[in-house]
Ligand binder design. Structure first.
Ligand SMILES: Cc1cc2nc3c(=O)[nH]c(=O)nc-3n(C[C@H](O)[C@H](O)[C@H](O)COP(=O)(O)OP(=O)(O)OC[C@H]3O[C@@H](n4cnc5c(N)ncnc54)[C@H](O)[C@@H]3O)c2cc1C
Ligand code: SF4
Length: 327
């Protein structure tokens, strides 16, 4: 690890001022950033510790929703009584990620900003357009088992590795951000971006902006499911994951909010998938139609070709589980 300066930010304004500089990164739980610094993938001159800034509460909002502080840990969030009761898809998604020890330290803001697990990105001897623009993408013709099948570009086929944001996307949560130009709130669905020609840009956060919280809308009814398919039952990133909020009225879909992990550079939300289900009674043919829409533009890169049929099967299984008592 290269030497760096450490500054404990005394206020949000100071944290924003520090991280506006090119060579300073915010540090929260440190579970992703410190690993990347040890590998010299990240080489900041300075770390701005934001742990004393105070936005660690989980509190009710006036509209009946819930606000998750950016510095609340993943564990605190997953076990919070309201998260468990009203947003079980979120609780399950968080608990499907990492390990208990990591979740005890990992924060909600840091989880949203975690970086890809692409082997070429984390190995500084390998080409990677995300780590070092213009060097090429080792994964396109190489080790690509974890990689994307949707929304890829010629520059990068990495996936966003997180679970929590997939559930937040199905729930249509918003990311609350503060910076020197003031505060703004961005739908989680728009927070992460596709690689295009600038794969090093992973989200809409500008220099000097800090995530302060995540706003969940008032709870909705229905069945909530988070299914994560991975190589081990713990301590492994998703090959494919599905967050689903499904409701049936008179035997027909009246709600179908679906988001997917492991498929793209961002949690994947395609409104057409849910819309295809609305007003229809559940059936295998309908589930296949939803999968056809989801996978219309899917493209494998050899090692990850298996994700296309796996995604279809996982979506079908989730929809069958959510509707099994509906007939
Ligand atoms: C072995 C291992 C397995 C894992 N498995 C999973 C998994 O299966 N699923 C999953 O979802 N996650 C998984 N994780 C990732 C883990 O959840 C993240 O490392 C963690 O959530 C990051 O949170 P942190 O607070 O430690 O962030 P940090 O490491 O402190 O920061 C990460 C990044 O976020 C930025 N940042 C942090 N907080 C803010 C903020 N408030 N505003 C702006 N920027 C901020 C930092 O500058 C840095 O760039 C795994 C991690 C490890 C090490
Ligand atoms: S997939 Fe993206 S992160 Fe991985 S090597 Fe290619 S450019 Fe780098």
């Amino acid at each position: 690890m290269r030497p760096f300066q450490y500054t404990r930010a005394p206020s949000l304004t100071e944290a924003s001022h520090l991280t506006a500089g090119e060579d300073t990164l915010a540090i929260a739980g440190g579970t992703n950033l410190l690993d990347l610094m040890k590998l010299q993938v990240e080489t900041p001159d300075q770390l701005a510790d934001i742990n004393r800034l105070g936005f660690a509460d989980i509190e009710n909002t006036d509209d009946g929703g819930l606000r998750l502080g950016a510095l609340a840990t993943n564990t605190e969030t997953a076990v919070h009584p309201r998260v468990r009761a009203d947003y079980p898809v979120l609780s399950r998604a968080i608990l499907a990620g990492a390990t208990q020890q990591l979740r005890n330290k990992a924060t909600n803001g840091g989880n949203l900003c975690q970086r890809t697990r692409c082997f070429y990105f984390t190995n500084i001897d390998q080409p990677c357009n995300k780590r070092q623009p213009g060097t090429g993408c080792g994964a396109i013709d190489g080790i690509a088992k974890l990689h994307a099948i949707l929304g890829t570009s010629e520059q990068c086929i990495a996936t966003y590795p997180g679970d929590m944001a997939v559930a937040l996307s199905a729930l249509n949560a918003r990311v609350e951000i503060s910076g020197d130009k003031g505060e703004r709130s961005v739908p989680v669905r728009d927070y992460h971006v596709l690689p295009g020609d600038t794969p090093w840009i992973e989200n809409v956060l500008e220099p000097g902006e800090i995530i302060t919280g995540i706003a969940l809308p008032a709870p909705v009814g229905g069945t909530q499911i988070y299914r994560k398919v991975r190589e081990r039952s713990s301590y492994a990133f998703a090959l494919v994951s599905v967050a689903a909020i499904i409701e049936l009225t008179d035997g027909r879909f009246s709600r179908a909010d679906l988001a997917f992990g492991g498929l793209a550079h961002k949690p994947w939300y395609d409104p057409r998938v849910g819309e295809a289900l609305l007003g229809q009674p559940p059936s295998d043919a309908l589930f296949d139609k939803a999968a056809d829409i989801l996978l219309e533009d899917a493209r494998g890169f050899g090692e990850n070709d298996f994700k296309i049929p796996l995604t279809r099967r996982t979506l079908r299984a989730v929809l069958a589980q959510a509707t099994e008592n509906a007939a």
